[in-house]
Design a protein. Structure first.
Ligand code: GDP
Length: 368
């Protein structure tokens, strides 16, 4: 800016060049602009949320998920009303879980698999359960730039893991988001997790089909696979079967196939087996989708598919009861008032744990 043309609104008398700041004329805010800004913040009604989700309005759909993910009592209440209304439109998707150690290729696989499904004309939603943010205070799944190709597909919807305190909160949010995705007519819902804490068991409890991604070579321990996770899977995928790894992948696949013969399958009427694939080249991806369809057909024919879903819903009820009781107990002001003293007495050996619990429960139930 040239000094010659510059005329500040105000500056101290006799101000020299040493003054770096001047008062400039103010800008009046256009009242209509103000109004639009306010209008944006207007809350949607339950019916508007429901309509938006059913009409697959992506803005309202995302807003509804945000509502579901909120921890505020008011949002939870509205969210539940929305869920009640969309419930008749849910249940039609195939819910697929995917796990594997960090680096096994989950994001690359989901990107390739998801893009393949979109090309088949299917709508796909990718959700994540990443309890690491609560355990390690950082995210294992979320901090990479992930699935750029898939995120450009108009039929794909990707939602990172909700933050929500304990795994319980994250679980509720993901389960409810599954229902929203189904009401918005997503055909396939992929739920990704990394093996931290109980996350694989949690994901298994909300999906129809569960797959475990492995890498060529090395046994379970070296792969970072926790004991028992193979038993949860309906399909083992030895990923990275490309380039010089092809033979190694085949050997690993064979080894896992042998091991699977000794295990109880995760799903009644379905034999879990191992396949090779490459998320990088796309080899094996169509065959995996064929396998999943065969699984759905078989288990639906046997009644196992619907039976599992009903069982999962019931388990969810009990999970909510436990969480709700725990929350109310620890949020109870009378409990918080006596808890430090009781803890101290237990630690010093003056009070047995059973007596401590009895005292606390008496206080809690008296105040209900
Ligand atoms: P995640 O941590 O399980 O999500 O794993 P990523 O998808 O981030 O993949 C980890 C690394 O493995 C990346 O460098 C990928 O490029 C690579 N990778 C993933 N899938 C394949 C594959 O099929 N073949 C090969 N050669 N590399 C792969």
């Amino acid at each position: 800016m040239s000094n010659k043309t510059y005329k500040p609104e105000w500056q101290p008398e006799n101000a020299g060049k040493e003054y770096a700041s001047f008062v400039m004329p103010g800008v009046e805010i256009n009242p209509t602009v103000k109004k639009t800004y306010k209008a944006k913040k207007v809350k949607l009604t339950v019916d508007e949320y429901v309509k938006g989700v059913l009409e697959q309005n992506i803005t309202i759909f995302s807003k509804t998920i945000t509502l579901i993910e909120s921890n505020s009592e008011e949002h939870i209440k509205i969210g539940q009303e929305v869920l009640k209304k969309i419930l008749p439109y849910t249940g039609k998707s195939v819910r697929i879980g995917i796990t594997g150690s960090p680096g096994a290729g989950k994001s690359t696989f989901i990107e390739a698999f998801g893009t393949y499904l979109c090309k088949q004309g299917l709508k796909i939603a990718v959700l994540a359960i990443d309890p690491s943010s609560t355990i390690t205070k950082g995210s294992i799944l979320g901090d990479k730039t992930r699935m750029e190709m898939l995120s450009r597909e108009p039929n794909a919807f990707i939602r990172p893991s909700p933050s929500g305190g304990a795994l319980g909160g994250v679980t509720r949010k993901t389960r409810e988001t599954i229902l929203l995705c189904e009401a918005a007519e997503y055909d396939v819902i992929l739920i990704e997790t990394v093996g931290v804490g109980q996350s694989e068991v949690t994901v298994r409890s909300m999906v129809d089909f569960f797959m475990l991604l492995l890498i060529p070579g090395s046994g379970d321990e070296l792969q970072g696979i926790k004991k028992g996770v193979v038993e949860l899977a309906d399909l083992l995928i030895v990923n990275k079967a490309d380039g010089t790894n092809v033979e190694k992948a085949k050997v690993t696949c064979h080894q896992y196939s042998m091991a699977l013969n000794m295990l109880q399958p995760a799903t009644q009427g379905w034999k879990t087996h191992a396949v090779t694939a490459s998320a990088l080249t796309g080899k094996g991806i169509p065959e995996i989708w064929t396998e999943i369809n065969r699984f759905v057909d078989t288990t639906k024919r046997l009644g196992v598919f619907d039976q599992r879903r009903r069982q999962q819903t019931l388990e969810w009820v009990y999970t909510i009861i436990e969480e709700e009781l725990r929350k109310r107990f620890f949020n109870n002001p009378d409990i918080s008032a006596v808890l430090p003293e009781i803890e101290k007495n237990v630690l010093s050996g003056e009070l047995t744990p059973t007596n401590a619990v009895n005292q606390l429960l008496n206080i809690f139930f008296k105040n209900q």
